[in-house]
Write a protein that binds this ligand. Structure first.
Ligand SMILES: [Fe+2]
Ligand SMILES: [Fe+2]
Length: 157
Protein backbone atom coordinates (compact mmCIF):
# COMPACT_ATOMS: atom_id res chain seq x y z
CA UNK A 1 0.00 0.00 0.00
CA UNK A 2 1.24 3.51 -0.80
CA UNK A 3 2.56 5.69 2.00
CA UNK A 4 -0.21 8.25 1.83
CA UNK A 5 -2.83 5.51 1.45
CA UNK A 6 -1.55 4.00 4.69
CA UNK A 7 -1.42 7.36 6.46
CA UNK A 8 -5.09 8.07 5.89
CA UNK A 9 -6.20 4.84 7.61
CA UNK A 10 -6.57 5.83 11.24
CA UNK A 11 -7.31 2.32 12.49
CA UNK A 12 -5.33 -0.76 13.46
CA UNK A 13 -4.86 -2.13 9.95
CA UNK A 14 -4.25 -5.69 11.11
CA UNK A 15 -7.56 -5.76 12.98
CA UNK A 16 -9.35 -4.16 10.05
CA UNK A 17 -7.95 -6.82 7.69
CA UNK A 18 -9.16 -9.49 10.13
CA UNK A 19 -12.70 -8.07 10.03
CA UNK A 20 -12.59 -7.87 6.24
CA UNK A 21 -11.40 -11.48 6.04
CA UNK A 22 -14.29 -12.56 8.28
CA UNK A 23 -16.68 -10.82 5.92
CA UNK A 24 -14.90 -12.49 2.99
CA UNK A 25 -15.57 -15.90 4.58
CA UNK A 26 -19.25 -14.94 4.97
CA UNK A 27 -19.51 -13.95 1.33
CA UNK A 28 -18.06 -17.21 0.05
CA UNK A 29 -20.31 -19.28 2.29
CA UNK A 30 -23.35 -17.22 1.26
CA UNK A 31 -22.39 -17.62 -2.38
CA UNK A 32 -22.23 -21.39 -2.05
CA UNK A 33 -25.33 -21.66 0.15
CA UNK A 34 -27.44 -19.78 -2.41
CA UNK A 35 -25.86 -21.38 -5.46
CA UNK A 36 -26.25 -24.96 -4.24
CA UNK A 37 -29.79 -24.28 -3.03
CA UNK A 38 -30.60 -23.06 -6.54
CA UNK A 39 -29.27 -26.33 -7.98
CA UNK A 40 -31.29 -28.63 -5.75
CA UNK A 41 -34.57 -26.72 -5.35
CA UNK A 42 -37.62 -28.36 -6.92
CA UNK A 43 -41.32 -27.61 -6.90
CA UNK A 44 -43.83 -25.20 -8.35
CA UNK A 45 -42.06 -21.98 -7.42
CA UNK A 46 -38.57 -23.46 -7.70
CA UNK A 47 -37.65 -21.76 -10.96
CA UNK A 48 -38.37 -18.28 -9.66
CA UNK A 49 -36.60 -18.90 -6.35
CA UNK A 50 -33.60 -20.49 -8.10
CA UNK A 51 -33.26 -17.54 -10.46
CA UNK A 52 -33.12 -15.08 -7.57
CA UNK A 53 -30.74 -17.32 -5.61
CA UNK A 54 -28.36 -17.52 -8.56
CA UNK A 55 -28.54 -13.81 -9.34
CA UNK A 56 -27.86 -12.83 -5.75
CA UNK A 57 -25.17 -15.52 -5.33
CA UNK A 58 -23.25 -13.73 -8.09
CA UNK A 59 -23.55 -10.46 -6.18
CA UNK A 60 -22.11 -12.16 -3.09
CA UNK A 61 -19.20 -13.29 -5.24
CA UNK A 62 -18.71 -9.68 -6.33
CA UNK A 63 -18.64 -8.65 -2.67
CA UNK A 64 -15.97 -11.30 -2.07
CA UNK A 65 -13.91 -9.81 -4.87
CA UNK A 66 -14.33 -6.25 -3.61
CA UNK A 67 -13.27 -7.32 -0.11
CA UNK A 68 -10.23 -9.23 -1.41
CA UNK A 69 -9.19 -6.16 -3.39
CA UNK A 70 -9.45 -3.92 -0.34
CA UNK A 71 -7.55 -6.44 1.82
CA UNK A 72 -4.64 -6.47 -0.61
CA UNK A 73 -4.72 -2.66 -0.87
CA UNK A 74 -4.30 -2.59 2.91
CA UNK A 75 -1.26 -4.84 2.63
CA UNK A 76 -3.16 -7.87 3.97
CA UNK A 77 -3.70 -11.31 2.54
CA UNK A 78 -7.20 -12.52 1.71
CA UNK A 79 -8.03 -15.99 3.08
CA UNK A 80 -6.39 -18.44 0.71
CA UNK A 81 -7.65 -21.71 2.19
CA UNK A 82 -11.41 -22.50 2.04
CA UNK A 83 -11.07 -24.40 5.34
CA UNK A 84 -10.59 -20.99 6.97
CA UNK A 85 -14.10 -19.94 5.93
CA UNK A 86 -15.65 -21.95 8.76
CA UNK A 87 -13.12 -20.66 11.30
CA UNK A 88 -13.67 -17.03 10.37
CA UNK A 89 -17.33 -16.75 9.42
CA UNK A 90 -19.69 -14.48 11.36
CA UNK A 91 -22.80 -15.85 9.70
CA UNK A 92 -22.00 -19.58 9.30
CA UNK A 93 -23.49 -21.82 6.60
CA UNK A 94 -26.81 -23.60 6.35
CA UNK A 95 -27.20 -26.62 4.09
CA UNK A 96 -30.29 -26.80 1.89
CA UNK A 97 -33.07 -28.82 3.56
CA UNK A 98 -33.19 -32.59 2.93
CA UNK A 99 -36.58 -32.02 1.31
CA UNK A 100 -35.72 -30.12 -1.89
CA UNK A 101 -39.35 -29.00 -2.17
CA UNK A 102 -39.06 -27.06 1.06
CA UNK A 103 -38.54 -23.71 -0.65
CA UNK A 104 -39.88 -21.91 2.37
CA UNK A 105 -36.97 -23.20 4.48
CA UNK A 106 -34.47 -22.30 1.76
CA UNK A 107 -35.77 -18.74 1.57
CA UNK A 108 -35.95 -18.35 5.36
CA UNK A 109 -32.34 -19.54 5.75
CA UNK A 110 -31.32 -17.06 3.08
CA UNK A 111 -33.09 -14.20 4.85
CA UNK A 112 -31.21 -15.14 8.05
CA UNK A 113 -27.91 -14.99 6.16
CA UNK A 114 -28.81 -11.57 4.75
CA UNK A 115 -29.73 -10.22 8.18
CA UNK A 116 -26.42 -11.44 9.53
CA UNK A 117 -24.58 -9.77 6.61
CA UNK A 118 -26.45 -6.51 7.26
CA UNK A 119 -25.18 -6.58 10.86
CA UNK A 120 -21.61 -7.33 9.69
CA UNK A 121 -21.53 -4.36 7.30
CA UNK A 122 -23.34 -2.05 9.69
CA UNK A 123 -20.52 -2.70 12.16
CA UNK A 124 -17.87 -2.17 9.47
CA UNK A 125 -19.48 1.13 8.50
CA UNK A 126 -19.43 2.17 12.15
CA UNK A 127 -15.82 1.04 12.63
CA UNK A 128 -14.47 2.88 9.58
CA UNK A 129 -16.56 6.09 9.68
CA UNK A 130 -14.19 9.05 9.71
CA UNK A 131 -11.19 6.71 9.94
CA UNK A 132 -10.86 4.94 6.62
CA UNK A 133 -12.91 6.58 3.86
CA UNK A 134 -12.17 3.88 1.26
CA UNK A 135 -13.24 0.91 3.38
CA UNK A 136 -16.15 2.97 4.70
CA UNK A 137 -17.43 3.56 1.19
CA UNK A 138 -17.06 -0.11 0.30
CA UNK A 139 -18.84 -1.29 3.46
CA UNK A 140 -21.67 1.18 2.82
CA UNK A 141 -22.02 0.03 -0.78
CA UNK A 142 -22.18 -3.65 0.24
CA UNK A 143 -24.56 -2.83 3.12
CA UNK A 144 -26.97 -1.23 0.64
CA UNK A 145 -26.92 -4.35 -1.52
CA UNK A 146 -27.47 -6.65 1.47
CA UNK A 147 -30.52 -4.56 2.42
CA UNK A 148 -31.85 -5.07 -1.11
CA UNK A 149 -31.18 -8.81 -0.88
CA UNK A 150 -33.13 -9.12 2.36
CA UNK A 151 -36.04 -7.31 0.72
CA UNK A 152 -35.89 -9.48 -2.42
CA UNK A 153 -35.97 -12.71 -0.41
CA UNK A 154 -38.68 -11.47 1.94
CA UNK A 155 -40.81 -10.87 -1.13
CA UNK A 156 -40.40 -14.54 -2.11
CA UNK A 157 -42.06 -15.80 1.07
FE1 LIG B 1 -22.71 -10.03 0.27
FE1 LIG C 1 -26.56 -10.64 0.34
Amino acid sequence: MGTKAQEIVRLNVEELVEQLNRALADEWLAFYQYWIAAQVAVGRQAKRVAEELKRIAMEELEHAEELATRITQLGGRPLTDPRQWFEKTNCTYVEPPQDPKDLDKIVRDTIEAERCAIEVYRKLVELTAGKDPVTYQLALHILEEELEHEDTFENLL
